[in-house]
Design a protein around this ligand. Sequence first.
Ligand code: SAM
Length: 318
Amino acid sequence: MFGLDKKIAKHFSLDEDVVLFNGSCLDLLKDIPDGSIQLIVTSPPYNIGKEYERKLKIEHYVKHQETVINECVRALSPTGSICWQVGNYVNNGSIIPLDTILYPIFHNLNLVLRNRIIWHFEHGLHCSNRFSGRYETIVWFTRKTKEYVFNLDPVRVPQKYPAKKYFKGPKAGQYSCNPLGKNPGDVWDIPNVKSNHVEKTEHPCQFPVELIERLVLSMSNKGDWVFDPFVGTGTTIVSAIRHKRKGVGAETEKKYINIAQERIQKAINGTLKTRPMGKAKYDPKLNKNKTDVSSDKEERLEQLTFLESQEEYHSENR
Ligand SMILES: C[S@@+](CC[C@H](N)C(=O)[O-])C[C@H]1O[C@@H](n2cnc3c(N)ncnc32)[C@H](O)[C@@H]1O
């Protein structure tokens, strides 16, 4: 699976491995059979007037989301998961956390909320009338079953003291924590894709690949279908391919389809550059706030992003 000859199909069929559909997700969903998708992960438009969306009245936005979510749940396998990644809708200076208004839709479809993951990042708009927003959420739902897929081992993160052992009692000499690493928890500190991030394209709100890799590895198995109804630059499909899953997504805008096509092809060829999963974040304190440029290319990019954000911050708050 996923040799250099893999083709990117334009229409869905269970016989394909990779499908990129240029059109509305509701049209794509018509071709996806009931119960066939193991993992649905997406970041829908937030209704904040980005270039690819028309700002709707909130009730109309929620209604549209409900239609898409209904169809996604129909396509979801009995052991599958849905992860809806959202931020805040802002109206006249008032913020409305979108996951709180979308939650009843999932609940009414009999789904169970397994985690509300806080995705924390450092870069974004600098607010002067409230604290700057530095997190979004991923709400993870499954059906009402104990049989849902959850693989913890592939996504464990390093323990603080990995070599620590019990020094007395019946377990003396054994590791006191799991040597494979610890559960990553529900607060994820992963850099968002801004300015100098190695994955940046012209899309204003791309997922970082490492964010989706963690979901793909923990909530699906090799050969399963992973679907993103609002696929943008194809990040979800890229993450699926990376881990030998099948990937399908819809995107209405031709210019993002073109970017997605290119990134997916590079992922198939093994040439797409991404920020490695689990790479430590650039830490200005560890680097003693130095302003000289690191010799490591990726660290240099993160350092530049950090300095650039400091610059924006100072200029806006002067
Ligand atoms: C928040 S972005 C997703 C970005 C994506 N996570 C990535 O990593 O690139 C939402 C995307 O949904 C697309 N979109 C909006 N309405 C759509 C629809 N009905 N069907 C499919 N895509 C749609 C927009 O053009 C936009 O690119």
